[in-house]
Design a protein. Structure first.
Length: 365
């Protein structure tokens, strides 16, 4: 039995709607103000919410805003009910996350037409999410073990050597083993962090991210910081250059920092010391911003590019470096959530160029 919560401060209307719902086989839950409604949402987790706008304590707009910020009820369909029929009021409710709008007075037929439409849409969304989760589970189970295997083998292998034959190692040997263990541990830690980040973003709402803005000065500072970090770790100071046109972008600070680190790390990892890695950025003629990360490494075959989203490690039998597949998948997801696009241009045997197309803030368009 589907549960429907009615949040309405007018008792006659509240009771009438509850009676209609019960007669049609629904379970009706009622609240006479927004604060009580929020409590009932948390404790009862209704399948659909009918919510008035003008209420004492907490109005309908504020309730929806709080609901869409909470993991409980985040995806619950909401139908707003109000005598406020002006377009601006309807638009405000929809922008906050309402799914439909009924203008009082409404008929029983109009109410159930809206209810059935929203419940059907919610069921389709649930089915789509379940299919996507199943697909993600398959990709993780089929590919992630290979990503984990390399750093784990290093940790386990050196651990067994130290346990079985400790007398064979002098101070210098132990220092080398310590460095190898630390390297493997850091690789494993990064892989786990990227994996958890990818999972959290896989079904994240794009609206949560695509309104954040970062200014030109912040972008330059973040990129320079990541260039310094990555070039030092690979002993490639001087190999990475930065040439970007100043612009304010619609992308979060967290995303641009992670994207820069992953792409710079991959560029240095898969290209030789002394070869150039170039980061360039410029506004495009169609009001967007193109940010490129280009190296002179080994490149990729066209069919390999399709495997990025599945965390595949390219040419694993020939190259020992690990982690590229998941890192690129994470970059792609962050760009997508920011309303941009992500491509890789392949120059066979001459490296690759990862291109991000990002949105400019309104003042830069």
């Amino acid at each position: 039995m589907k549960k429907i919560l009615i949040i309405e401060d007018e008792k006659p209307l509240r009771d009438e709607i509850a009676g209609w719902l019960i007669f049609e086989g629904f379970q009706a839950i009622v609240a006479d103000d927004g604060i009580k409604g929020l409590d009932l949402i948390r404790t009862n987790q209704p399948d659909l919410i009918l919510c008035d706008i003008m209420m004492p304590g907490l109005d309908g707009y504020s309730l929806i805003a709080k609901l869409r910020e909470s993991p409980v009820g985040y995806n619950t369909p909401v139908i707003m009910m109000s005598a406020l029929s002006e377009r601006k009021n309807i638009r405000k409710g929809m922008s906050l996350g309402a799914d439909d709008y009924l203008t009082k007075p409404f008929t029983r037929a109009e109410l159930f037409q809206a209810i059935h439409a929203r419940l059907k849409g919610s069921e389709r969304q649930t089915e789509t999410t379940a299919e996507a989760l199943s697909d993600l589970k398959y990709r993780i189970l089929s590919t992630l073990p290979h990503e984990l295997k390399t750093p784990l083998n290093g940790i386990i292998g050196f651990g067994e050597m130290l346990y079985d034959t400790p007398e064979l190692f002098n101070k210098e040997d132990l220092m080398e083993i310590g460095i190898s263990l630390k390297t493997s541990g850091l690789r494993l830690s990064r892989l786990v962090q990227n994996f958890l980040a990818f999972l959290s973003l896989e079904y994240s709402d794009e609206k949560k991210w695509n309104n954040e803005e970062i200014n030109a000065g912040q972008i330059y500072a973040l990129l320079m910081n990541e260039i310094s970090t990555v070039s030092s770790s690979y002993d490639r100071v001087g190999d990475i250059s930065l040439d970007i046109e100043p612009a304010n972008l619609l992308i979060s600070r967290e995303f641009i920092q992670k994207i820069a680190f992953e792409l710079l790390d991959n560029a240095c990892k898969f290209s030789g010391k002394g070869t150039p890695v170039k980061v360039t950025g410029k506004k495009t003629v169609n009001g967007l911003y193109k940010l490129d990360f280009c190296d002179r490494g080994r490149g990729m075959h066209p069919n390999q590019l399709e495997e990025i989203g599945s965390f595949i490690q390219f040419d694993r039998k020939y190259y020992e470096q690990q982690g590229m597949g998941l890192g690129l998948a994470l970059v792609g997801k962050m760009v997508q959530l920011s309303g941009g696009s992500f491509t890789i241009e392949n120059a066979a045997e001459e490296g690759i160029c990862v291109s991000l197309i990002l949105k400019l803030s309104e003042g830069d368009i």
